[in-house]
Design a binder for this molecule. Structure first.
Ligand code: DGI
Ligand code: FE
Ligand code: FE
Length: 193
């Protein structure tokens, strides 16, 4: 599927604001793919469709999580988390994009996970730093992303956890696992320097 076809399909599923966010993620993800040597075609599709399910009814996303045997503990956390796994499934099912790398990049784009692949890292970070994002700390993550993706992920997940704690929101374990993984990875590499 080429870029214009993908964008045309996507446009039907998102309001204008979220579509513009997606164009920002696309541009940022492709920049990162060039810098870090990731497959540009896969990065393009994963970026375009990362929020494909964002506006699906909660009931539909809940049913997908149950039917696909995705972790049911997701259902005890905020429904904001559901669009990532539900989107990965729907992009495969409805659009026929059957690629494990793209599936996982969409699936893990909200929480990250320990041992993320390069494309997963790129989509996770592009989603966080695209030009439309304006929250405190985003410029620091933008600068880190140019030098070291793992450092950028550590800082982004630290910010997200701090933000959620300040709001008294529950934090999904994968979000903590991502933070712990990249923190410990950094400590280990500094010991061996
Ligand atoms: O879909 P986007 O808005 O582009 O970005 P996203 O997929 O990263 O979703 C961000 C939202 O998800 C944001 O409101 C914070 C929330 N979120 C991320 N991690 C967690 C979380 N919410 C809860 N409750 N727990 C988490 O671990
Ligand atoms: Fe999202
Ligand atoms: Fe997004």
């Amino acid at each position: 599927m080429d870029r214009n076809e993908a964008l045309q399909i996507l446009k039907k599923h998102l309001p204008e604001k979220r579509y513009i966010h997606t164009l920002g993620v696309l541009e940022t993800a492709l920049d990162l793919a060039r810098v870090y040597g990731c497959d540009e075609k896969k990065t393009e599709l994963a970026a375009i469709f990362h929020d494909y399910a964002k506006y699906r009814p909660e009931e539909e996303m809940r049913n997908i999580i149950i039917q696909e045997h995705f972790p049911e503990d997701l259902l005890h956390y905020h429904s904001e988390l559901w669009h990532a796994p539900a989107g990965a499934y729907l992009v495969k099912k409805e659009l026929g994009i059957d690629d494990k790398d793209i599936f996982q990049a969409i699936y893990y784009h909200t929480t990250g996970r320990p041992g993320m692949t390069l494309i997963e890292k790129i989509i996770f970070i592009a989603d966080y730093i695209e030009p439309g994002r304006q929250f405190p700390g985003v410029d620091e993550v933008r600068a880190l992303a140019k030098k070291n993706l793992d450092d950028a992920i550590l800082q982004a997940s630290r910010n997200t956890i701090a933000f959620l704690m300040k709001k008294n929101a529950p934090i999904y374990p994968d979000t903590f696992h991502t933070y712990n993984h990249f923190l410990m990875k950094k400590e280990e590499s500094s010991i061996h320097e």
